[in-house]
Design a protein around this ligand. Structure first.
Ligand SMILES: *Cc1c(COP(=O)(O)O)cnc(C)c1O
Length: 415
């Protein structure tokens, strides 16, 4: 690779970092994995007590300040089980944001319910006016996706839903470590769901967990997750908690088993990363805010402000392209890619799973003009917590440089 020290970006010396590789899993996990491999004890219900999955549930609940946790095979499974555990009737209407991952409407369909989409604003958060209007259209439950960690106005949402007795499920898949008014995201609604898939803050390849303070709800979810016969007794809290024990007794043999359990191997990988969460949150926030400040110096790029009660835990950055037409948007993504930084424009990349018009499995897809406008200009760049200041500068330089290049070109050609 050759370069001249005086050249301006894109400088070949300033190679953009690989933002896709995960952090190594802490070494501490090796002894535990070895132990599990030696004993072959991979199923959460083999041991009478203290299986890694059970310990993970206890540790995660304590970390979040919730009474109960249930670890399962994915966040999608946690969302599905939440809806089933709420006891929603077939065809119940579930309000979800129009900007979320396709797994969210899918979990609603899987639970035999009907997703209803509401508008999302330029700041990636639920449009409260549209939310309120749709809430009175026979909605029986709500899932709020804190998409890419962006927290919607949970005070307004909870007030509207509580007044109508509508339960709120928080999809906090990508929000672990975020707080709202100092309270952990996922503990505000009736139930909160998190993901341990590799692109989230804690990486077990696959996995998920739900948290709640509701004994009846968690008992139902535990049984349906696959605690057949009396395996619910192996859930640590069951022994000391009368409300939970009586809920298990009430639901015994009365619920289908969907078998969405987590394996002990995955739980061991998650547990080893719990002590890393605080650092990843701190570094992710610092990185995000640094790059956000830099991008906001460009007239072409805008990182929306968070809402005041939120402290975010980002591992990526989202920003809107300002004053560019569709051609320039495409050129911007290409110019950034040519400089080594991959930008996903949610609404422009083909078959994007976060663009609601691609959720064709829903049959009828609503118009959601505001959400569509946002998606056509909203960009997504990964920004893992492990990046250094120099690497962040390379990414910011590339993005600002790409925006300047495509806007300058167009001006030069008089279009
Ligand atoms: C990743 C993600 C999911 C799905 O999580 P899985 O564990 O892969 O099922 C759901 N919602 C959001 C907002 C996500 O980011």
């Amino acid at each position: 690779m050759t370069s001249s020290p005086s050249s301006h970006s894109p400088s070949p010396l300033a190679t953009p970092p690989n933002v896709y590789d995960a952090e190594p899993i802490p070494d501490a996990v090796r002894a535990e994995i070895d132990r599990l491999l030696q004993s072959g004890d991979l199923f959460r219900y083999t041991a009478a007590q203290d299986a890694p999955v059970t310990l993970l549930e206890q540790e995660f609940a304590a970390l979040m300040g919730s009474r109960y946790a249930l670890a399962v095979s994915s966040c999608s499974a946690a969302l599905f089980l939440s809806l089933k555990a709420l006891g929603l009737p077939r065809d119940a209407r579930v309000l979800i944001p129009g900007f979320t991952f396709a797994a969210v409407p899918s979990s609603v369909v899987h639970a035999d319910c009907v997703p209803v989409l509401c508008e999302v604003g330029q700041n990636y958060r639920v449009d409260i006016a549209d939310f309120e209007a749709k809430l009175d259209g026979g909605i029986e439950a709500v899932i709020i996706s804190h998409m890419r960690g962006h927290t919607s106005d949970m005070d307004a949402i909870m007030a509207l839903c509580d007044a109508r007795g509508i339960p709120v499920v928080e999809d906090a898949a990508h929000s672990l470590g975020t707080t709202w008014n100092g309270k952990n995201i996922g503990t505000i609604g009736r139930v909160g769901c998190f993901s341990f898939q590799s692109y989230k803050l804690v990486n077990a390849g696959e996995g998920g967990i739900l948290i709640t303070d509701d004994a009846d709800l968690v008992a139902r979810a535990v049984i349906m997750s696959g605690a057949y016969e009396h395996n619910w007794q192996k859930h640590g809290q069951a022994k000391a908690d009368d409300a939970l024990t009586s809920a298990f007794a009430r639901w015994q043999n009365n619920l289908p088993l969907y078998n969405l359990r987590l394996s002990n191997l995955s739980a061991a990988v998650v547990r080893a990363q719990l002590p890393e969460i605080a650092r990843r949150v701190r570094d992710g926030r610092r990185n995000h805010d640094y790059v956000a400040d830099r991008l906001n110096t460009s007239p072409w790029l805008n990182v929306p402000e968070k809402l005041a009660p939120e402290d975010r835990a980002p591992d990526s950055i989202q920003f809107n392209l300002v004053g560019m037409d569709d051609v320039q948007v495409t050129e911007f993504a290409q110019a950034a890619a040519d400089r080594g930084v991959k930008v996903q424009v949610f609404g422009q990349s083909r078959d994007n799973a976060r663009a609601f018009w691609n959720w064709q499995f829903l049959g009828q897809i609503p118009a959601l003009p505001q959400t569509r406008t946002m998606l056509m200009r909203a960009c997504d760049v990964r920004l893992p917590a492990r990046l250094t200041r120099a690497e962040l500068d390379v990414i910011a330089d590339v993005l600002i440089g790409a925006a300047d290049a495509v806007t300058a070109d167009r001006k030069a050609f008089g279009t």
